[in-house]
Design a binder for this molecule. Structure first.
Ligand code: ZN
Length: 149
């Protein structure tokens, strides 16, 4: 189990040092801002929707390693999905982080499963889940800032 923890740690740190899709989309159709006051994590998510397909996605902002790695993995896995698939992935991530011992779909979660250890630390759950709530807000076209409080 500790080998797995080491591997998870490595993947998280790698995403943190080289975040994927870390850019603003000038032609974004949807965007939303998320803020976690407990930790100071603050990100803006940009989406380019073509009908029902998330054609492109990017994010910018600052925060702790967990929030940034979660954002990086989100953009990596959501790109090319339909809105419905993205919502399913949100539900799976939410379940993994908030229901300890829940059975999760490892194939669907892929690298996101590296965030599962966070579920033991309530304050860090907010770091990991922030960008996911921000994603939903962007998809729903909400204008207000998403806060974890
Ligand atoms: Zn944080």
């Amino acid at each position: 189990m500790s080998d797995l923890t080491d591997l998870y740690q490595e993947i998280l740190l790698e995403h943190n040092s080289k975040p994927r899709n870390y850019r603003k989309l000038d032609d974004a159709t949807n965007s939303a801002e998320g803020f976690n006051p407990l930790c100071g994590d603050q990100y803006t998510l940009y989406l380019k929707l073509d009908g029902d397909i998330i054609q492109d996605i990017g994010f910018q902002g600052t925060g702790c390693a967990i929030s940034k790695a979660s954002a990086s993995m989100l953009t990596q896995q959501i790109k090319g999905m339909t809105v419905e698939q993205a919502e399913s992935l949100f539900n799976e991530v939410h379940k993994m982080l908030t229901e300890s011992g829940a059975e999760v779909d490892s194939d669907l979660l892929d690298e996101l499963e590296t965030l599962s250890g966070v579920s033991a630390y309530p304050t860090r759950i907010k770091c990991a889940i922030l960008v996911w709530h921000t994603l939903l807000a962007a998809l729903e076209g909400k204008q207000e800032v998403v806060a974890t409080e």
